[in-house]
Design a binder for this molecule. Structure first.
Ligand SMILES: NC(=O)c1ccc[n+]([C@@H]2O[C@H](COP(=O)([O-])OP(=O)(O)OC[C@H]3O[C@@H](n4cnc5c(N)ncnc54)[C@H](O)[C@@H]3O)[C@@H](O)[C@H]2O)c1
Length: 437
C-alpha cells in the first residue's frame, strides 16, 4: 500500500479507465491533467481511433483537451484488453441500462469484470463507477474477479465510487464534484481515496461498498421523485390557470427548506429514468415495494402524452387537427446544451406525433442526425432553421431548451409554439401564439 501511495506521489501510477463514454472520458481527462498516465479501454474501435487521433467524441469535452492529452503522452486509448495488466488501478465506467422488462441489465458490468479477471494481477485496485443497485460490487464482481485465483481485499483491492457527472453543467465538473468512496476493506477504501485525491477535489468515505452504491441511487431517486412532483403540479396548476414556472420561481426565493425542480416533457438521459428501477428490482428481492419510485415513474412517463394533448388543444384553437399537421420539434437531446439523446422525451414525442398522423421534423444544433438506439430508430436528419421554414410548420414544439436558440425569433416566425420547457418565458408579445405544456 505504501508502494501505491509512493507511486501516486511520484506520478508513476498507471490508471486504466474501462469504458470511454460520457463518464469515462472526463474521468480519464482529470487523471491525465493531474499528470498521471492513463490508458483508456473500450470495445468500440471507432471511438478509440477518434480519441487517439486527438479528437473528442463528446460535445462538452473539447477536441483541444483530447489533443493535449494525447500529445502529452499521458493518454492513449485501446481495444487491446491485455493492456489492463499494466494498470495499477482500473476504473470501470460501462453502461448499466435496463432490460426490456425493466430489470437491471448487468451484461456490461459482467463482461468487463470478466475481462479484468483475465488479466488481474496482485496489488491492483479495481473500482466500479457505474450506477447500480446495492450489492453489485460484492455479489456480482467479487466471484468473477476471484475466479482468477486471487483473493479480493487481500491480493487485489476493490472499491465502489459512483460517478456524479452532470454533462453540460457549467458550475461543476468531474474534478470539482466530491467523490463518495466505499471499499471492500478499509485498505481498499483508503487506496481508492488516495488515487482520487490526486485528480478530484475531495473524497467522502462511507463504511461499505453497499452504502456507496446506495448513495448514488438515493441521489437519483431524489431527483426522479421531485421532478415527478412538479410535473404533477404543472398539470394541476395549469387547470387552475396558474403558471407552474412562476410558482417555482417564487418558492425558490425561500432561502431554506426548498430546492427547485423543474417540470418538462418527460424524463431523459442515462440516469434518472433508469437508475431508480435498479433499486425497485433489488427491493423486490427483500419483499419490499418502492412506492415513491413506482408513482414517480408513472407520472414522469405520462408527461409526453400530456404535451401531445396540449399540442392537440393548441391546434384545435386554430381549427386544425394533429393528423396531417406539420410539426417541428425543437431539441432532440434529453436536456439543454448537450448532444446525448439517450431516453430523450423528444424521441417519444416524435413517435407519438407520428402515430397520430402528424408530419414531423426536428432541429437540434448538436444532433445532426439520429442513430439507431436500443429501442428506437427514427432515421431523421436535423432541419436547418430559417424564418421561412419555421413559418411552414403548423406548430413548433419546444422540447429541449438549448441556449443557442433565439426564442424571440422563433416565436416571431412560427405560426404556433408549444413550449414544454418555459423557454419562451422572456419573449415579449408572445400572446396566444405560445402555449405552455
Ligand atoms: N452519462 C451520465 O451523465 C452519467 C452520470 C453519472 C453516472 N452515469 C453512469 O455511468 C455509467 C456509464 O455511463 P455513460 O453515460 O458514460 O455510458 P456511455 O454509453 O456513454 O459509455 C460507456 C462506454 O463503455 C464502453 N463499453 C461497454 N462495454 C465495455 C466493455 N466490456 N469493456 C470496455 N468498454 C466497454 C462502451 O463502448 C462505451 O464507450 C452508467 O452506469 C451510468 O449510469 C452516467
Amino acid at each position: 500500500m505504501r508502494d501505491f501511495k509512493r507511486k501516486i506521489e511520484n506520478k508513476k501510477v498507471i490508471v486504466g479507465v474501462l469504458g470511454l463514454g460520457y463518464v469515462g472520458l472526463p474521468l480519464a481527462r482529470e487523471f491525465a491533467s493531474a499528470g498521471l498516465n492513463v490508458i483508456g479501454f473500450d470495445i468500440d474501435q471507432q471511438k478509440v481511433r477518434i480519441l487517439n487521433s486527438g479528437r473528442s467524441i463528446i460535445k462538452h469535452v473539447p477536441h483541444t483537451q483530447i489533443r493535449q492529452m494525447v500529445k502529452s503522452g499521458l493518454f492513449h486509448a485501446t481495444t487491446d484488453m491485455a493492456g489492463l495488466k499494466k494498470a495499477d488501478a482500473i476504473l470501470i465506467c460501462v453502461p448499466t441500462p435496463l432490460t426490456e422488462n425493466r430489470d437491471p441489465d448487468m451484461r456490461f458490468v459482467v463482461s468487463s469484470t470478466k475481462t479484468i479477471a483475465k488479466y488481474l494481477r496482485p496489488g491492483q485496485l479495481i473500482v466500479l463507477e457505474s450506477t447500480t443497485y446495492p450489492g453489485t460490487t460484492r455479489e456480482v464482481m467479487v466471484p468473477i474477479l476471484e475466479s482468477s485465483g486471487l483473493k479480493a481485499g487481500k491480493d487485489f483491492h476493490l472499491a465502489y465510487s459512483p460517478e456524479r457527472e452532470d454533462p453540460g453543467n457549467k458550475d461543476f465538473s468531474t474534478k470539482t464534484i466530491a467523490k463518495v468512496v466505499g471499499g471492500l476493506t478499509k485498505k481498499c477504501c483508503k487506496m481508492a481515496c488516495e488515487l482520487y485525491e490526486t485528480a478530484i477535489v475531495r473524497t467522502v468515505t462511507v463504511s461499505s461498498l453497499e452504502a456507496a452504491e446506495a448513495s448514488k441511487i438515493l441521489e437519483n431517486v431524489y431527483r426522479c421523485v421531485n421532478i415527478a412532483m412538479v410535473n404533477e403540479l404543472k398539470i394541476v396548476f395549469d387547470r387552475m390557470g396558474i403558471d407552474i414556472w412562476e410558482v417555482i420561481h417564487a418558492a425558490s426565493t425561500k432561502p431554506f427548506g426548498f430546492k427547485a425542480f423543474y417540470p418538462g416533457p418527460g424524463l431523459g438521459g442515462h440516469c434518472i429514468p433508469i437508475d431508480p428501477f435498479y433499486l425497485t428490482w433489488r427491493a423486490r428481492q427483500y419483499g419490499m415495494p418502492t412506492r415513491f419510485i413506482e408513482l414517480a415513474g408513472e407520472i414522469n412517463t405520462s408527461m409526453p402524452h400530456y404535451v401531445i394533448t396540449k399540442t392537440i388543444e393548441a391546434l384545435n384553437e386554430h381549427k386544425k387537427s394533429l393528423k396531417g399537421s406539420k410539426v417541428l420539434v425543437l431539441g432532440l437531446a434529453y436536456k439543454k446544451d448537450i448532444d446525448d439523446l439517450r431516453e430523450s422525451p423528444s424521441i417519444e414525442l416524435i413517435e407519438l406525433l407520428r402515430k397520430k398522423g402528424a408530419k414531423v421534423d426536428y432541429n437540434d444544433p448538436y444532433i445532426p442526425k439520429t442513430h439507431k438506439q436500443r429501442q428506437h430508430n427514427l432515421k431523421m436528419t436535423s432541419r436547418k432553421l430559417s424564418a421561412k421554414m419555421l413559418a411552414g410548420y403548423d406548430v413548433v414544439l419546444i422540447s429541449t431548451d438549448h441556449s443557442d436558440y433565439d426564442y424571440d425569433w422563433i416565436v416571431k416566425n412560427a405560426k404556433l409554439v408549444v413550449d414544454a420547457r418555459n423557454a419562451t418565458a422572456s419573449v415579449r408579445r408572445a400572446g396566444k401564439k405560445v402555449i405552455k405544456a
